[in-house]
Structure formats: C-alpha cells, structure tokens
Write a protein that binds this ligand. Structure first.
Ligand code: MEV
Length: 331
C-alpha cells in the first residue's frame, strides 16, 4: 500500500487579481488535509473509493472530465510523460481518497486531493514524481475545477510552504500559468516573525469556477476599471511580502482590510463573509478579508496570538460553521 497526503491552503493576498498576472501570497493549512491510499487488489479494474463524496466506482465508468478520472487516467497510461510507470502488481488497484478540507470553501480542496492522488499513485507504480511534475499535473486538473486557474492553489498545496506567486504579466486575458510551461515565478515566502491567522468558514459552499467566471465577465465589460482593481491588489501583495519578510506582520492588518474592500468591488464578497470580517475586527483582529474564490467559503483574520481565542469565539458566535487558528512560524 502507498499513501500520500497534501494540506489545505489559504490565500493571504491577491486572489482573483492573480488570474490576471498580479502576484499573490498563499500559505498551507496543515490542520486540514487530503489523503490518498493506493493498494494492489486481486479484482480487475481501477476502483476509486471516495466515501466523502459517496463515490465507489471503477475508473472507466467515470466521465473522462470527472476531476478524479482526469487525475488518475493519465498516470496509468504506459507512456505517461515519457516515463515507464509500472503496472499494478495485482489484477487491479484500489484508490482510497479522503479529505478533511471543506469542498468549495477556498481552502484548496480540489488541488489537495489531486496532489495526494498523483503522489501516491505515481510512487505506487514505481515512478515517484518531483514537486514540479506533481504541481504541473495537478494544474491540468485545476482547469476542470476552476476554468482558468492561476496555478497558485496547486503550487502552494504541492510545495507545502508559504509562497509568493508571481505569474507572468498579462497581455489581455488568458490563463496565466501553464504548469511547467507557464513561467510563473514561485518564490518561498520567508516569515521573519511569527503571526496568527484565524480562518472562519461561512459554511456556504461557493465554487471558485463561478466567481472566477463572473470576474471575467466584469473584466470584459470594463477592463480599465478591473485592471486598476487588480493592480491595486498586486501592490498590496508586494507590500505584504515586505511586511512578512521584514518582520512586521502587524502591518498586514490594514493591508488585509484594503484587499477585502477591493474584493468587494470585484463583487466576490457576500453578506456572510462581510459579517464575519466585521465581527472579527470588533473582537480585536488587526485586519480581515475573504480568502479564495469568495461568495461564501472562508474568511481570514490576523490577530495577536493571545487574542486569537477571543476572535475565534466571536466568529463561532456570529455563525461561523468552524474556525481554524493557524500560527505561521518563522521559515
Ligand atoms: C482560488 O483559490 C484563487 C483564485 O484567485 C483563482 C485562481 O487563482 O486560480 C480565485
């Protein structure tokens, strides 16, 4: 049996604008994870068992564009990426998938499931892949989840470290990252002083694909206005990087508030997200914003470590479905 695991993620700054070439900051969330387990079995076929989504099916019975089929099938091709993957040692394979990352909530659930499966399956078939290959494969599947993903989710979930993700600048709209070929600059984000982020889940599931596609419509209608919003977000992301790497994480608070206002202007917030943001600030958070695709899913708040329980409690009282307190350590 071969197992692999991948963390969830949050975007600290830059969601949506990153799809249009602006830089963004993301960190892994290790408290929630996706796990994959691959075993040789005597029964023929590639059996996929994902109880969280009530799926128990043979691979060939899934539509080719089903995200799980799209992850698994290419790896089973005998000439996958010029490699010679070994076949299953039994008649077939069983792939068990489980995840504690809430789906459609901005925590990178789709990317983490892909990464865990790719790692476990490739290793099981005798050809472990490096992080760059894993991320590039997961990116292909992200296209099914997101339509036009920037590549930040698969990257942070694969590398499992804080990153400053900078796609090539756009000449008109296009997906900006193409896995290995896209030329995004992926730099480690050095955390000089620890800081605490509280993640509050609205409990509202909101597919990223929809918010990304709505932002695209707005961009098509008014590129000048939207480009200005994206550029403002990009500038916040660069300033935030300096604050984190310079050892002034408290400076992130006002930057998060500004980023949230810009996301509101992009129409990707929601009354529930705005309420949790407001509640966290009233409870003493230094700044707060939605995180990920928006319209539901999660918000994040920066807090002094000692005040984190108060902020977490306030979020739960205000209706957050669950709260995760993360401590970003020096790295
Ligand atoms: C989703 O986690 C982040 C978005 O910017 C989409 C993307 O970057 O692909 C909304």
């Amino acid at each position: 049996m071969t197992t692999a695991s991948a963390p969830g993620k949050i975007i600290l700054f830059g969601e949506h604008a990153v799809v249009y070439g602006q830089p963004a900051l993301a960190v892994p969330v290790n408290q929630v994870r996706a796990d994959a387990e691959v075993t040789d079995i005597d029964r023929a076929g590639i059996w996929i068992n994902a109880p969280d989504i009530s799926l128990h099916e043979e691979l060939s019975r899934l539509a080719p564009d089903h995200p799980l089929a799209a992850v698994i099938a290419p790896l089973l091709s005998p000439h996958f990426a010029g490699t010679k993957m070994g076949g299953p040692r039994g008649a077939g394979l069983q792939i068990n998938i489980s995840s504690t990352i809430p789906v459609a909530s901005g925590l990178g659930s789709g990317a983490a499931v892909s990464v865990a499966i790719i790692r476990a399956l490739a290793t099981h078939l005798g050809h472990p892949l490096d992080d760059k290959q894993v991320s590039a494969l997961a990116y292909e599947v992200e296209k099914l989840h997101h339509g036009t993903p920037s590549g930040i989710d698969n990257t942070v979930v694969t590398y499992g470290k804080p990153i400053f993700f900078s796609p090539p600048l756009l000449r008109g709209f296009s997906p900006v990252y193409g896995g290995d070929k896209g030329g995004a600059s992926i730099q480690p984000l050095h955390v000089a002083e620890p800081f605490t982020i509280i993640i509050g889940n609205t409990g509202i599931s909101a597919p990223t694909k929809e918010s990304v596609s709505d932002v695209r419509k707005l961009w098509e209608q008014n590129p000048t206005k939207m480009n200005a919003l994206f550029a403002a977000v990009g500038s916040l992301a660069r300033t935030a990087r300096q604050a984190i790497e310079g050892g002034y994480p408290e400076r992130l608070g006002p930057l998060m508030n500004e980023n949230h206002l810009l996301l509101q202007e992009m129409t990707v917030s929601s009354p529930e997200l705005d309420r949790l943001v407001e509640v966290s600030l009233k409870a003493g958070a230094l700044g707060a914003k939605l995180s990920g695709g928006g319209r539901g899913g999660n918000m994040i708040a920066l807090s002094a470590k000692e005040n984190a329980p108060t902020v977490a409690e306030a979020l739960l009282e205000a209706g957050a479905k669950n709260v995760i307190v993360t401590h970003q350590i020096v790295i």
